[in-house]
Design a protein around this ligand. Structure first.
Ligand code: UTP
Length: 300
């Protein structure tokens, strides 16, 4: 059965949001370009897609799109300058992002919501299941999530979302899933979804996080999806329609993630991501950890 299912090869990365939580930094720069240590957040996300075997990447961009495209393109002037200096290690860093994946771009004229951004991918994706990775959500590469989701989609068909248990008081910040257990410990059957519920009415504390493997039936559903919460076309609402009617595009399953994840669109989480990843780096970590230890003990 799994052999007959098409292998997923395309990743879609919506990166057209306004990033208002990070103003003024995001006035003229996409939030996905903010550096996490010394790489823009979006590069970690593209690397994650490639590690999961998805090297055809479509980025949904909007205003201020240029830096995103430039980052994954060649920079001949810079490369030539580094070559002349004999600086091979920095040259490799510059070339890394342009050699990573086959990049495509489409522009979402108006940021009308995540569901609308995903719909912009329809002509490129065609009639195959595909992955969606939110450009401001970082999953630690040591805690593979997307490859697990791809495997679960091949097993069950339909769509697969990523879920994380959160403090019930925080569930109103996320899409929330009603779930039933399956025979596999980290996999649940999704029976319903609601975007940013009132915590008192939330069906669970399972929050939807920014990784999806979607059946292409989602496109037809999105075309019919009216603007929902915040006046935006919500991906969660379209997924709710799929979960409620498995005849449309197969079942919806959730992979419960217990690893490290950072929402780099949130200032606090962004800072935590930088501190944690910097501490763990072989080149920067030893000095940075020593400084951090003395800063915390002496100044806080
Ligand atoms: P967010 O909910 O984080 O919204 O979008 P935002 O506009 O980017 O940021 P804030 O809340 O104003 O600070 C989740 C993901 O969906 C993309 C964003 O780029 C982000 O990756 N998105 C959102 C779009 O691509 N288009 C949209 O119309 C909305």
């Amino acid at each position: 059965m799994t052999q007959s299912r098409p292998r997923i090869s395309k990743a879609v990365i919506p990166a057209a949001g306004l990033g208002t939580r990070f103003l003024p930094a995001t006035k003229a720069t996409p939030k996905e370009m903010l550096p996490v240590v010394d790489k823009p957040a979006i590069q970690y996300v593209v690397e994650e897609a490639v590690h999961a075997g998805l090297s055809d990447v479509l980025m949904i961009t909007g205003r201020n799109k240029r830096p995103l495209e430039d980052h994954f393109d060649r920079n001949y002037e810079l490369e030539e300058a580094l070559r002349r200096k004999g600086d091979a290690s920095r040259l490799a860093k510059v070339q890394e992002s342009s050699d990573l994946a086959t990049m495509h771009y489409v522009r979402q004229g108006d940021p009308r919501g995540l569901g609308h951004a995903v719909l912009c991918a329809a002509p490129h994706v065609g009639d195959e299941p595909f992955a969606v990775l939110l450009g401001d959500d970082l999953i630690d590469e040591r805690d593979p999530l997307l490859s697990r989701m791809v495997d679960i989609q091949r097993l069950h068909g339909g769509s697969v979302i990523a879920l994380m248990e959160v403090d019930p008081a925080q569930i109103g910040l996320y899409g929330c899933a009603a779930v039933k257990p399956t025979e596999t410990e980290d996999v649940v059957a999704v029976t319903g979804l609601v975007e940013k519920p009132d915590p008192d009415e939330a069906p669970s504390n399972y929050a939807v996080i920014g990784r999806y493997v979607l059946d292409p039936a989602i496109f037809d559903v999105l075309r019919e999806t009216e603007p929902g919460r915040g006046g935006e076309i919500q991906l969660t609402d379209a997924l709710q329609a799929l979960a409620a009617e498995p005849g449309l595009g197969g079942p919806v399953h959730g992979v419960v993630f217990q690893g490290r994840r950072y929402d780099t669109g949130d200032r606090g989480d962004y800072l935590r991501a930088i501190v944690r990843l910097a501490c763990e780096r072989e080149d920067l970590g030893p000095d940075f950890r020593a400084w951090l230890r003395s800063y915390v003990t002496e100044e806080m």
